[in-house]
Every structure is written in structure tokens, then in C-alpha cells.
Design a protein around this ligand. Structure first.
Ligand code: FES
Length: 183
């Protein structure tokens, strides 16, 4: 009888141990997943400095320059960016902001926040750009107003050719107070 009791106790102990290790494993897995998601912007930042600037990049069409002549607020436009390396060409779509002309010259801003890379949005009601991630804010001309971004929004090289507004799209290093092209 005593032997049976002993065996019963051992089985109970072993069940309790495996339940505990199952719960511990589940906590470890969910912790790793959340940690990975939170680390994404940081990962993007830490990989940026590894990318060398290979070339100046191609010019992308933004649209007829005349369409932007009467702007009174920044407008978002989607552009197609082509990137070439020795073996292949890849194209992707991205957004840029065209600002109202100053002294007849149009200026284009990257919407990528110089803090951790979220997409900055123009808010008509507030008359400023606001980053949805950590509330960084910028004036209509892209100048930093407040929040964690270390610098103003990044201006992109632009020109008007045969009546078409063109932009040279670039990425810039985040978390630094100077505009450093990365790709
Ligand atoms: S990513 Fe824009 S304020 Fe943090």
C-alpha cells in the first residue's frame, strides 16, 4: 500500500514539473515575439549604417510642375523608385511631400521620420507635420518643432525638366542630427 502511495506521489510531482516547464516555455516564446516586434525600428536603424551609398540613384517623375504651382499646403505624391545594381533593377513605390513653391521653387521632403523611420503625416487642421509614432512634429517647411526627432525632415534633391517635376529619392540615417544619405 505504501509503495502504491509513493508511486502516486511521484506521478503527481512529475506532472506538476512538466506543467511548470510548459508555462515557462510559453512565457519565453511570447516574450521573444513581443521583444522582436518592439525591436523592429531599432533593427532598421542598426542595419542602415551597414548599407553603403552605391550611387546617386535615378530621378523619379513626381508629375507636371504646373500641377503644383498653386499649392497652399504640402501634398503627398506616390513615386516609382528604380534601383540598379550590377545585375538587376528593382522598382518600388513610395511617397514624398511636395511643398508650396517658395520664390517659384518647389521643395520635396521625404516622409520618413529621422527619429525611427515612421511615416510623418501632414495634418491640415494643425497646420504641421506630425509623426504618429512618438509625436515628433515639424513645420510646413519641414523644420523640426518638437519631440524626439534629432533633426528636421529630410529634403530631397529635385528639378523641373521639360515641365515635369522630378525627385531623386534617398534614405537617410536615423537618430543623428545631420542629413546623411544611406541608399
Ligand atoms: S519615429 Fe517619428 S517621432 Fe519617433
Amino acid at each position: 500500500m505504501a509503495v502504491l502511495k509513493e508511486i502516486e506521489e511521484e506521478i503527481k510531482d512529475s506532472l506538476a514539473t512538466s506543467r511548470r516547464s510548459f508555462v515557462t516555455t510559453m512565457f519565453a516564446i511570447s516574450g521573444a515575439i513581443v521583444g522582436g516586434l518592439l525591436a523592429l525600428p531599432l533593427f532598421r536603424f542598426t542595419t542602415f549604417p551597414l548599407k553603403k551609398v552605391e550611387s546617386e540613384g535615378d530621378w523619379s517623375d513626381v508629375g507636371p510642375a504646373a500641377d503644383f504651382a498653386a499649392l497652399t499646403a504640402p501634398v503627398a505624391k506616390t513615386i516609382t523608385v528604380e534601383r540598379r545594381d550590377a545585375w538587376q533593377t528593382a522598382s518600388s513605390q513610395t511617397a514624398v511631400y511636395v511643398l508650396p513653391a517658395k520664390d517659384g521653387v518647389l521643395k520635396i521632403l521625404s516622409p520618413v521620420c529621422p527619429h525611427l523611420g515612421c511615416s510623418v503625416q501632414w495634418q491640415d487642421a494643425q497646420n504641421k507635420f506630425v509623426c504618429p509614432c512618438h509625436s515628433g512634429s515639424f513645420a510646413m517647411d519641414g523644420q523640426r518643432l518638437g519631440g524626439p526627432p534629432p533633426r528636421s525632415m529630410d529634403a530631397l534633391e529635385s528639378k523641373v525638366e521639360n515641365g515635369t517635376l522630378k525627385v531623386r529619392y534617398r534614405y537617410f540615417r536615423q537618430l543623428v542630427n545631420t542629413q546623411e544619405p544611406m541608399a
